[in-house]
Design a protein around this ligand. Structure first.
Ligand code: CMP
Length: 229
């Protein structure tokens, strides 16, 4: 206890416009919680009573598909939030959330969070912006999944991952650790073999470079445009 983390809270994009005093107020009603890699933080279909903000670490949002296969809906990292859906509509948790790495989270109870939304309109707008972004990603995926061509399906997942966990290095977008091919296959609604073939095709076409699980997208806009995404 006594661990001062309002500096960490200050790096959270949705808190951008809050003052130090306001951040301290938010800190005073929340709680710091830590999860180890592969621990489940939220369980699909359970009742939701809190919202989480990632201070450190990475999580994956998943739903179980046929035969208990894991379909990754999103990967979230430092500064992002999750658990807002149940808090806002009162329904059960829409998905499970699992820690990919050891993860430190700031946890806020529903009533406190809702109070903050009323008190700080800028916080509400930031949340809406992030939800809009998630809807855009989901729209892109629906479009890609409706296309027959596996190439576009796999490309859309690579683009989603680049948006979520990519970092710009020397002007190029780098995904340090691409999820397993079987996980990408589940996300894209195709087979692992197809994912492998498509990744090789993207390399041949000069869109990406791969080194083990590290992927570099050489020309992001061109890659996106090539598949109408
Ligand atoms: P909630 O339904 O309370 O619990 C699961 C959480 O996963 C959900 O709130 C969102 O925060 C998050 N989530 C669900 N679907 C997506 C998605 N498509 N993209 C990003 N996050 C999601």
């Amino acid at each position: 206890m006594g661990y001062f983390y309002e500096d960490l809270l200050a790096t959270v994009p949705i808190f951008d416009s809050l003052t130090k005093v306001e951040l301290l107020q938010i800190q005073s009603v929340g709680k710091l919680v830590t999860f180890e890699a592969e621990q489940e933080i939220i369980t699909e279909k359970e009742e939701g009573t809190s919202l989480f903000i990632i201070l450190n670490g990475e999580v994956r949002v998943i739903r179980k598909g046929d035969n208990d296969t894991e379909v990754i809906l999103a990967i979230l990292k430092n500064g992002q939030f999750f658990g807002e859906m149940s808090i806002l509509d009162g329904q059960a948790r829409s998905a499970s959330v699992i820690a990919n790495t050891k993860t430190e989270l700031f946890m806020i109870q529903r009533n406190d969070f809702v109070d903050f939304l009323y008190t700080y309109p800028s916080l509400s707008i930031s949340i809406l912006k992030e939800l809009t972004k998630r809807l855009r990603t989901a729209d892109m995926k629906i479009k890609a999944l409706s296309m027959k061509d596996a190439e576009a399906k796999v490309a859309s997942i690579i683009i989603q991952l680049a948006d979520e966990i990519g970092k710009i290095k020397n002007g190029k977008l780098v995904i340090e650790k691409l999820p397993l091919q079987v996980q990408i296959a589940n996300m894209a609604g195709t087979s692992r073999e197809t994912v492998s073939r498509m990744l090789h095709k993207f390399i041949k076409l000069g869109y990406i470079e791969m080194e083990y699980s590290k992927v570099t997208i050489l020309e992001y806009s061109k890659f996106k445009a090539a598949y109408g995404l």
